[in-house]
Design a protein around this ligand. Structure first.
Ligand SMILES: [Zn+2]
Length: 123
């Protein structure tokens, strides 16, 4: 089992909740903060491992490809910021992830969604 990180909001230890609620059929697991005064929690997941991985993903935003891949895109492909490493050096660049070809680049070690562009006042 993967180690659960402590709560990012209050530092308290967290735990896995498994529900038997019928409407949570497909996503019965989530992580909750053990501190009653803290509302720290993460959305429901289909497996314990998914719930833990989601909870353990923290603010630097980079997700290891060994932990998780992007959800399959609803359109042909989605763009992501990625870290590409040849084993000696790493670079940040952009790449697409598609249902057909997976990543458009090789040697990707980490990924994250593109940030929203700044408001330039133009469409
Ligand atoms: Zn907390």
């Amino acid at each position: 089992m993967i180690e659960l990180k402590s709560c990012p909001f209050c530092g308290f230890s967290a735990f896995i909740e498994e529900t038997d609620l019928e409407w949570k059929d497909q996503f019965p697991y989530r992580i909750l903060c053990g501190n009653e005064d803290c509302a720290g929690s993460h959305s429901w997941a289909s497996t314990e491992e998914e719930a833990i991985t989601a909870w353990n993903t923290r603010a630097d935003g980079w997700i290891s490809v060994e932990d998780r891949l992007p959800k399959l895109p609803t359109r042909t492909y989605d763009w992501f910021l990625v870290v590409v490493s040849d084993g000696l050096e790493s670079d940040i660049t952009i790449a697409t992830y598609s249902t057909e070809t997976s990543w458009s680049r090789t040697n990707i070690t980490h990924w994250r969604p593109l940030p929203k562009p700044p408001d330039t006042g133009k469409e």
